[in-house]
Design a protein around this ligand. Structure first.
Ligand code: C2E
Ligand code: MG
Ligand code: MG
Ligand code: MG
Length: 280
């Protein structure tokens, strides 16, 4: 069949593309059984108050270990799950797991904190999203204020009017929202002020070169000031060094997330971490 195309066209389909496509198909198929076979886990990365140093929350981050393929990073499988639609079922499981976990920690006596769950575009536009979340919270007997949904700029800017509508409904139910990877997308500032967003997550690409790049310092400074003026909180992602932490603290960033304190860790480890408190 392929031979019927001209030789030049055929040559564009390289061996490399073939290998890439085969892996993608493997992942799509393997993902069908991943939850049933207990291959997926939710890990939690602490979010820490820049001023007081205590844990304010945890971001739920999905992990997948396949028996043959090994660890597959979310950077690889989440986009595939989004294009195949599997993210809806998987994302629902992450939400339920994170909500139930937060209740377990409250019962264990951990200080109250918020769990932040990444939401993909398909989930955000699900007709029953809010009903589903409310019923999960009720079932776990977790107060709505302990859940935060992380949305990307792409999700909110795809159809801003619809996004405002959904965000208003979530806000009315007392569920917090944040904008993830802020600064890398193309948020319109005129819409941003209409979004019922609690917090901006400054993307890690602005943080990693803070020490060397004065443009990045200017950007981070500007984002923090803008958020303040809009009545929003800020959290910096990907904080790895004491210098970065110091800069952020000095400029009034509210929260810190990054390897400097901890990577994402399994629930039992997180609970020990939270009881000891961060060591820096
Ligand atoms: P994200 O939501 O922006 O998550 C932050 C990513 O940065 C995580 O990568 C985290 O492990 C990593 N990170 C945190 N601190 C540091 C640091 O100090 N240095 C460096 N270099 N990296 C740091 P991860 O876990 O590989 O996740 C990648 C992306 O996959 C996430 O980016 C998110 O977009 C997506 N993702 C993960 N779990 C889920 C999920 O349950 N649902 C959806 N829809 N997306 C998810
Ligand atoms: Mg996130
Ligand atoms: Mg992010
Ligand atoms: Mg990211």
């Amino acid at each position: 069949q392929a031979k019927r195309y001209s030789r030049n066209t055929f040559h564009f389909f390289t061996e490399e593309m073939q290998v890439h496509l085969q892996r993608k198909l493997k992942i799509v198929n393997a993902m069908r059984h991943a939850l049933l076979r207990n291959e997926m886990q939710v890990h939690y990365q602490p979010q820490i108050s820049a001023v007081k140093g205590h844990i304010i929350g945890a971001e739920a981050l999905l992990r997948w270990r396949h028996p043959e393929l090994g660890d597959i990073s979310p950077g690889e499988f989440i986009p595939i799950a989004e294009s195949s639609g599997q993210i809806v079922a998987i994302g629902e499981w992450v939400l339920r797991t994170a909500i139930d976990q937060m209740k377990v920690w409250q019962n264990e006596g951990l200080a109250p904190m918020v769990v932040a769950v990444n939401l993909s575009a398909l989930q955000f536009k699900q007709a029953n999203l809010i009903g589903m979340i409310i019923s999960m919270l009720n079932k776990a007997q977790l107060a709505h204020q302990y859940l935060e949904l992380e949305l990307t700029e792409a999700i909110t800017m795809d159809d801003p009017q619809q996004a405002i509508n959904i965000m208003n409904q979530l806000h009315a139910k007392g569920i917090r929202m944040s904008i993830d990877d802020f600064g890398t997308g193309y948020s319109s500032l005129s819409y941003l002020k209409q979004f019922k967003v609690y917090k901006l997550k400054i993307d890690q690409s602005f943080i990693c070169n803070l020490a060397r790049d004065s443009d990045d310092r200017a950007m981070v400074h500007a984002i923090i000031d803008m958020a303040k003026n809009l009545g929003m909180q800020t959290i910096a992602e990907g904080v790895e060094t004491a210098e970065q932490l110091e800069f952020l603290r000095l400029h009034g960033c509210n929260e810190i997330q990054g390897y400097y304190f901890s990577k994402a860790i399994p629930a039992d480890e997180f609970s020990r971490f939270a009881k000891q408190g961060p060591h820096h």
